[in-house]
Design a protein around this ligand. Structure first.
Ligand SMILES: [Zn+2]
Length: 246
Protein backbone atom coordinates (compact mmCIF):
# COMPACT_ATOMS: atom_id res chain seq x y z
CA UNK A 1 0.00 0.00 0.00
CA UNK A 2 2.62 2.54 0.94
CA UNK A 3 6.33 2.86 1.40
CA UNK A 4 6.87 3.80 4.99
CA UNK A 5 10.25 4.50 6.56
CA UNK A 6 9.76 3.45 10.15
CA UNK A 7 13.47 3.43 10.88
CA UNK A 8 13.69 7.12 9.99
CA UNK A 9 10.77 7.90 12.25
CA UNK A 10 12.41 5.96 15.07
CA UNK A 11 15.67 7.78 14.45
CA UNK A 12 13.94 11.17 14.58
CA UNK A 13 12.15 10.18 17.78
CA UNK A 14 15.40 9.01 19.41
CA UNK A 15 17.15 12.25 18.53
CA UNK A 16 14.23 14.24 19.96
CA UNK A 17 14.48 12.24 23.19
CA UNK A 18 18.25 12.80 23.34
CA UNK A 19 17.79 16.57 23.04
CA UNK A 20 15.01 16.61 25.64
CA UNK A 21 16.92 14.52 28.18
CA UNK A 22 20.12 16.47 27.74
CA UNK A 23 18.59 19.94 28.00
CA UNK A 24 19.88 21.90 30.99
CA UNK A 25 17.63 22.18 34.02
CA UNK A 26 15.29 25.05 34.82
CA UNK A 27 17.61 26.54 37.45
CA UNK A 28 19.56 28.54 34.88
CA UNK A 29 18.55 31.72 33.11
CA UNK A 30 16.74 31.53 29.78
CA UNK A 31 19.70 32.92 27.85
CA UNK A 32 22.13 30.52 29.53
CA UNK A 33 19.78 27.65 28.78
CA UNK A 34 19.53 28.69 25.12
CA UNK A 35 23.33 28.99 24.83
CA UNK A 36 23.83 25.66 26.53
CA UNK A 37 21.20 23.93 24.39
CA UNK A 38 22.75 25.30 21.22
CA UNK A 39 26.22 24.22 22.30
CA UNK A 40 24.93 20.75 23.14
CA UNK A 41 23.23 20.49 19.76
CA UNK A 42 26.37 21.55 17.89
CA UNK A 43 28.75 19.43 19.98
CA UNK A 44 26.74 16.23 20.20
CA UNK A 45 23.62 16.05 18.04
CA UNK A 46 25.09 17.36 14.77
CA UNK A 47 27.97 14.84 14.76
CA UNK A 48 25.53 12.03 15.59
CA UNK A 49 23.22 13.03 12.71
CA UNK A 50 26.22 13.31 10.38
CA UNK A 51 27.45 9.83 11.29
CA UNK A 52 23.97 8.30 10.95
CA UNK A 53 23.53 9.96 7.55
CA UNK A 54 26.83 8.42 6.40
CA UNK A 55 25.75 4.99 7.66
CA UNK A 56 22.29 5.20 6.03
CA UNK A 57 23.79 6.56 2.84
CA UNK A 58 26.28 3.66 2.75
CA UNK A 59 23.28 1.34 3.11
CA UNK A 60 21.70 3.00 0.07
CA UNK A 61 18.92 4.56 2.15
CA UNK A 62 17.53 8.07 1.87
CA UNK A 63 18.07 10.33 4.86
CA UNK A 64 15.61 13.02 3.81
CA UNK A 65 13.20 13.27 6.72
CA UNK A 66 11.11 16.12 5.43
CA UNK A 67 9.64 14.97 2.11
CA UNK A 68 5.90 15.60 1.79
CA UNK A 69 3.28 12.86 1.90
CA UNK A 70 1.57 12.02 -1.35
CA UNK A 71 -1.78 10.28 -1.48
CA UNK A 72 -2.14 8.42 -4.77
CA UNK A 73 -5.67 7.36 -5.54
CA UNK A 74 -6.88 5.20 -8.42
CA UNK A 75 -10.41 6.30 -9.31
CA UNK A 76 -13.29 3.85 -8.82
CA UNK A 77 -12.50 0.09 -8.58
CA UNK A 78 -14.58 -3.07 -8.70
CA UNK A 79 -15.70 -2.63 -12.31
CA UNK A 80 -17.14 0.86 -11.89
CA UNK A 81 -16.68 4.24 -13.50
CA UNK A 82 -16.67 4.98 -17.20
CA UNK A 83 -16.97 1.98 -19.52
CA UNK A 84 -15.92 1.86 -23.16
CA UNK A 85 -14.24 -0.56 -25.54
CA UNK A 86 -14.88 -3.48 -23.20
CA UNK A 87 -13.01 -1.95 -20.30
CA UNK A 88 -13.87 0.03 -17.19
CA UNK A 89 -11.80 3.07 -16.44
CA UNK A 90 -10.86 1.61 -13.03
CA UNK A 91 -8.39 -0.76 -14.68
CA UNK A 92 -6.71 2.16 -16.45
CA UNK A 93 -6.70 4.42 -13.40
CA UNK A 94 -5.05 1.69 -11.31
CA UNK A 95 -2.28 1.20 -13.87
CA UNK A 96 -1.56 4.93 -13.86
CA UNK A 97 -1.69 5.18 -10.07
CA UNK A 98 0.71 2.25 -9.66
CA UNK A 99 3.20 3.88 -12.03
CA UNK A 100 2.92 7.21 -10.20
CA UNK A 101 3.30 5.47 -6.84
CA UNK A 102 6.41 3.67 -8.03
CA UNK A 103 7.96 6.95 -9.19
CA UNK A 104 7.25 8.81 -5.94
CA UNK A 105 8.47 5.98 -3.72
CA UNK A 106 11.66 5.67 -5.77
CA UNK A 107 12.29 9.32 -4.90
CA UNK A 108 11.83 8.65 -1.17
CA UNK A 109 8.37 10.13 -0.67
CA UNK A 110 5.87 8.59 1.67
CA UNK A 111 2.87 7.52 -0.34
CA UNK A 112 -0.46 5.86 0.32
CA UNK A 113 -2.54 4.22 -2.38
CA UNK A 114 -6.27 3.73 -1.94
CA UNK A 115 -6.13 0.33 -3.67
CA UNK A 116 -3.60 -1.87 -5.42
CA UNK A 117 -6.05 -4.25 -7.06
CA UNK A 118 -9.48 -3.94 -8.63
CA UNK A 119 -11.40 -3.87 -5.37
CA UNK A 120 -14.07 -1.20 -5.08
CA UNK A 121 -13.12 1.96 -3.19
CA UNK A 122 -15.99 4.33 -2.43
CA UNK A 123 -15.95 7.86 -1.09
CA UNK A 124 -16.34 6.89 2.59
CA UNK A 125 -13.54 4.31 2.41
CA UNK A 126 -11.25 6.81 0.77
CA UNK A 127 -11.91 9.61 3.24
CA UNK A 128 -11.49 7.24 6.19
CA UNK A 129 -8.17 6.12 4.75
CA UNK A 130 -6.69 9.46 3.75
CA UNK A 131 -7.99 12.07 6.18
CA UNK A 132 -6.22 10.63 9.27
CA UNK A 133 -3.05 10.15 7.19
CA UNK A 134 -3.06 13.86 6.23
CA UNK A 135 -1.45 13.86 2.78
CA UNK A 136 0.24 17.07 1.70
CA UNK A 137 -1.26 16.45 -1.70
CA UNK A 138 -3.82 13.94 -2.85
CA UNK A 139 -3.65 12.95 -6.50
CA UNK A 140 -6.56 11.00 -7.95
CA UNK A 141 -6.57 9.59 -11.45
CA UNK A 142 -9.55 9.08 -13.75
CA UNK A 143 -10.36 8.53 -17.39
CA UNK A 144 -12.87 10.78 -19.12
CA UNK A 145 -15.78 10.01 -21.40
CA UNK A 146 -16.75 12.40 -24.17
CA UNK A 147 -18.72 10.91 -27.05
CA UNK A 148 -15.77 9.41 -28.91
CA UNK A 149 -14.29 12.53 -30.42
CA UNK A 150 -13.21 14.51 -27.37
CA UNK A 151 -9.51 14.26 -26.57
CA UNK A 152 -6.94 15.30 -24.04
CA UNK A 153 -6.03 15.63 -20.40
CA UNK A 154 -7.64 17.82 -17.72
CA UNK A 155 -6.42 18.66 -14.22
CA UNK A 156 -9.11 19.66 -11.72
CA UNK A 157 -8.62 21.51 -8.42
CA UNK A 158 -10.80 22.98 -5.69
CA UNK A 159 -11.85 26.36 -7.08
CA UNK A 160 -11.22 28.10 -3.75
CA UNK A 161 -7.71 26.71 -3.29
CA UNK A 162 -4.93 28.91 -4.67
CA UNK A 163 -2.22 26.31 -4.07
CA UNK A 164 -4.32 23.64 -5.71
CA UNK A 165 -4.74 25.93 -8.69
CA UNK A 166 -1.00 26.55 -8.82
CA UNK A 167 -0.22 22.82 -8.78
CA UNK A 168 -2.91 22.03 -11.37
CA UNK A 169 -1.58 24.74 -13.67
CA UNK A 170 1.89 23.23 -13.43
CA UNK A 171 0.62 19.69 -13.99
CA UNK A 172 -1.69 20.18 -16.98
CA UNK A 173 0.86 21.27 -19.60
CA UNK A 174 3.60 18.95 -18.36
CA UNK A 175 1.50 15.80 -18.11
CA UNK A 176 -0.18 16.32 -21.45
CA UNK A 177 3.20 16.95 -23.09
CA UNK A 178 4.71 13.86 -21.46
CA UNK A 179 1.91 11.68 -22.84
CA UNK A 180 1.48 13.47 -26.17
CA UNK A 181 -2.09 14.34 -25.23
CA UNK A 182 -3.97 17.55 -25.92
CA UNK A 183 -3.79 19.91 -22.93
CA UNK A 184 -7.37 20.75 -21.93
CA UNK A 185 -5.98 22.75 -19.04
CA UNK A 186 -6.30 23.23 -15.30
CA UNK A 187 -9.91 23.65 -14.24
CA UNK A 188 -11.53 24.83 -11.01
CA UNK A 189 -14.16 22.33 -9.90
CA UNK A 190 -16.88 24.99 -9.67
CA UNK A 191 -17.15 24.24 -13.39
CA UNK A 192 -17.18 20.43 -13.11
CA UNK A 193 -20.13 18.93 -15.00
CA UNK A 194 -21.26 16.83 -12.03
CA UNK A 195 -20.57 19.45 -9.36
CA UNK A 196 -17.55 19.94 -7.13
CA UNK A 197 -15.19 17.02 -6.59
CA UNK A 198 -14.91 15.89 -2.96
CA UNK A 199 -11.36 14.65 -3.56
CA UNK A 200 -10.39 18.22 -4.43
CA UNK A 201 -12.01 19.85 -1.39
CA UNK A 202 -11.37 17.21 1.30
CA UNK A 203 -7.61 17.70 1.58
CA UNK A 204 -5.18 20.63 1.85
CA UNK A 205 -4.46 20.09 -1.84
CA UNK A 206 -6.63 17.66 -3.78
CA UNK A 207 -6.06 17.17 -7.50
CA UNK A 208 -8.14 15.09 -9.88
CA UNK A 209 -6.50 14.21 -13.19
CA UNK A 210 -8.69 13.12 -16.09
CA UNK A 211 -5.85 11.41 -17.91
CA UNK A 212 -7.46 10.79 -21.29
CA UNK A 213 -10.79 9.96 -22.93
CA UNK A 214 -11.64 6.29 -22.50
CA UNK A 215 -13.97 6.32 -25.51
CA UNK A 216 -11.30 7.77 -27.81
CA UNK A 217 -8.94 4.91 -28.78
CA UNK A 218 -6.33 7.35 -30.04
CA UNK A 219 -6.25 8.99 -26.60
CA UNK A 220 -6.19 5.72 -24.70
CA UNK A 221 -3.25 4.24 -26.57
CA UNK A 222 -1.05 7.19 -25.62
CA UNK A 223 -0.94 5.94 -22.04
CA UNK A 224 -1.19 2.21 -22.61
CA UNK A 225 2.47 1.24 -22.78
CA UNK A 226 4.61 0.78 -19.70
CA UNK A 227 7.09 3.31 -21.06
CA UNK A 228 4.41 5.97 -21.58
CA UNK A 229 3.06 5.47 -18.07
CA UNK A 230 6.57 5.72 -16.62
CA UNK A 231 7.16 8.95 -18.54
CA UNK A 232 3.84 10.31 -17.32
CA UNK A 233 4.61 9.30 -13.71
CA UNK A 234 8.04 10.91 -13.91
CA UNK A 235 6.43 14.16 -15.04
CA UNK A 236 4.00 14.07 -12.10
CA UNK A 237 6.84 13.64 -9.60
CA UNK A 238 9.02 16.28 -11.25
CA UNK A 239 6.18 18.82 -11.19
CA UNK A 240 5.45 18.02 -7.54
CA UNK A 241 9.12 18.57 -6.65
CA UNK A 242 9.07 21.91 -8.46
CA UNK A 243 5.81 22.81 -6.76
CA UNK A 244 7.48 22.30 -3.38
CA UNK A 245 10.58 24.15 -4.55
CA UNK A 246 12.75 21.03 -4.66
ZN1 LIG B 1 -13.82 8.41 -13.15
Amino acid sequence: MSKQKPFLRILAALLAVCVFVALPGANVSASEQADSSLAFFIDYIVPIISQLQKILSAMGLSTNLSLPRVGISAGHGGNTGAYSGGVYEDVKTLAIALAVNKEFTSRGYETLMNRTDNSKCDKETKLALYQPWRPDILLEFHYNIGGGTAEGLEVWYDSGNAEGKRLAELLAPRLSAAAGLKNRGAKGDDYAPGGNFYVCSSFPIGILVECAFLDNPNDVKKLDSTASKEKFAKAVAEVAAEFWGG
